[in-house]
Write a protein that binds this ligand. Structure first.
Ligand code: GLU
Length: 481
């Protein structure tokens, strides 16, 4: 798409009323990819007008999450820029001036209707089969009347006079979108001059910060016409819009809170890698040309093309995330993986670097998340606890298994410490296994060593844990039978 990238400015505008989760991370990522691909600047704006629900710790969580994924921004509350402040709570004076301007131009008014009056009005409209909206009753109050009420301490709100017209805007994915503004009624844009509300402040900030493209979730689609009406009232340029598809389940149903509310930090703590998260989230509503699944950050930056953003819901498939994560783990340099896994294991596993490195290279293929290692590989570091039943191969009897383990104990005992290697087990134990039956001999051996139904092979484990430990475990298994 040909664009004058000098003027491209996009923003991620989260409300710090909760942690960063997959939905708003996707918005951040698509904004970031947009400028990485088309050029321009990426702005982080903190929308903290809701004083009660906004918390500094959520702002921190959002910034930490963006950092973890490497979604760097050019302007923001923690790095400043030419269009700040970047927290809405610090922009009250700017909004106040604009609100005054609306009053001066007779485009806004104070409304003193009580909750009860509004509710009665709603009910009356609905009983007449009409879609409820504010009647505009307070539009007729004179300036003096409203000022008197305010002086007296009456609590009012500020409403914007919505013109009876069709609002139109351009969505780069969905095309021209029209709304009948008449259905809105006069919208509340502020509680008072010091407490403006979402649709108003967004329109002001997007203008003041010279935002050229607004990329955000489809859940905001119904807010857009309201913001466009405000932009028009001030004669602002209307930015271009891109509404990202809803995130749904694989059955195209609404995603449950179980997934929607999971914070990005929870994924991090579960052992997902940032590169896998980035890859997974980029595919929530977008896909590259050849429908590849694995895309690095650089590939995403190069290939992101807004024409390939879909209109229909994006399927959230946690199995796909697990698969992607396992692919990145497999590809990762083992030393790097060791460093990462160190954060997810008990301290005493960290004592022996060699053992840890060997256990990780043996388990690398099986690890889906960094947290898996702790469950998969505990037997390398501590004696496994298990029930004797897992020693049994198919329907071979206990006595036979016990006997096989005794034979193994003898044979393995004969191998010298300095020859205790996989190659030698292949030479010495394998022929035995062929005589007694591979499954009958090696399954109980593997189970005795690992205490698990699934694990790396017995020869690999013995090589890592050494002779004394191997013999000890075989002995324990014999006693269990
Ligand atoms: N603050 C809004 C939210 O977190 C987003 C506003 C916008 O992108 O226009 O949902």
């Amino acid at each position: 798409m040909a664009m004058d990238n000098k003027n491209i400015r996009v923003r991620f505008a989260p409300s710090p009323t909760g942690a960063l989760h997959i939905g708003n991370t996707r918005t951040a990522l698509f904004n970031w990819l947009f400028i990485k691909n088309y050029g321009g600047k990426f702005i982080l704006r903190i929308e903290d007008t809701d004083k009660e629900r906004s918390k500094p710790e959520f702002e921190k969580d959002i910034i930490d999450g963006l950092k973890w994924l490497g979604l760097d921004y050019d302007e923001g509350p923690d790095i400043s820029g030419n269009y700040g402040p970047y927290r809405q709570s610090e922009r009250t004076d700017i909004y106040k001036n604009y609100l005054k301007k609306l009053f001066d131009e007779n485009k806004a008014y104070y409304c003193f209707c009580t909750k009860e009056e509004l509710e009665a009005e709603r009910q009356a409209m609905m009983s007449r089969g009409l879609a409820p909206k504010y009647s505009g009753k307070c539009r007729n109050l004179s300036k003096e009347e409203s000022e008197n009420k305010i002086q007296k301490g009456d609590k009012g709100v500020i409403r914007f006079k919505v013109l009876n017209k069709e609002v139109e805007f351009n969505d780069l994915i969905r095309g021209k979108i029209k709304f009948d503004a008449n259905l809105f009624g006069d919208i509340v844009i502020a509680k008072n001059l010091k407490e403006p509300l979402y649709n108003f402040v967004v329109a002001i900030d997007d203008h003041e910060m010279k935002i050229s493209h607004i990329i955000r979730g489809e859940d905001h689609l119904s807010n857009t016409p309201k913001q466009v009406l405000i932009q028009e009232a001030f004669d602002f340029n209307v930015p271009k819009y891109i509404h990202l598809p809803l995130i749904l389940t694989t059955e195209r149903k609404k995603l449950s809170k179980r997934y929607l509310d999971v914070s990005l930090k929870d994924y991090k703590n579960d052992g997902y890698l940032p590169e896998a998260m980035l890859n997974f989230i980029a595919l929530l509503g977008w896909h590259p040309k050849e429908d590849r699944e694995i895309l690095s950050r650089e590939e995403l930056m190069k290939e992101f093309d807004i024409k390939r953003i879909q209109k229909s819901g994006a399927a959230f498939d946690i199995n796909k995330l697990d698969w992607l994560n396992s692919q990145y783990i497999k590809k990762m340099d083992t030393n790097e993986l060791i460093e990462k896994i160190k954060n997810f294991i008990p301290d005493n596993w960290n004592k022996n670097d060699n053992l840890l490195a060997e256990a990780i290279s043996l388990e690398k293929e099986r690890i889906k998340k960094l947290t898996d290692f702790k469950e998969l590989a505990d037997f390398f570091f501590e004696l496994p606890e298990y029930n004797f039943e897992i020693l049994i191969w198919k329907n071979v009897g206990n006595e036979k298994i016990k006997n096989n383990l005794k034979i193994l104990l003898g044979e393995i005992g004969k191998i010298q410490n300095n020859e205790f290697s996989k190659e030698n087990f292949e030479k010495n134990i394998m022929p035995l296994a062929k005589t007694f039956g591979v499954g009958e001999l090696l399954w109980p051996l593997r189970a005795a060593l690992s205490g698990k139904k699934a694990s790396p092979g017995p020869f690999e484990i013995m090589e890592v844990i050494g002779k004394a430990e191997s013999l000890k475990r075989i002995d324990i298994a014999i006693k269990k039978l």
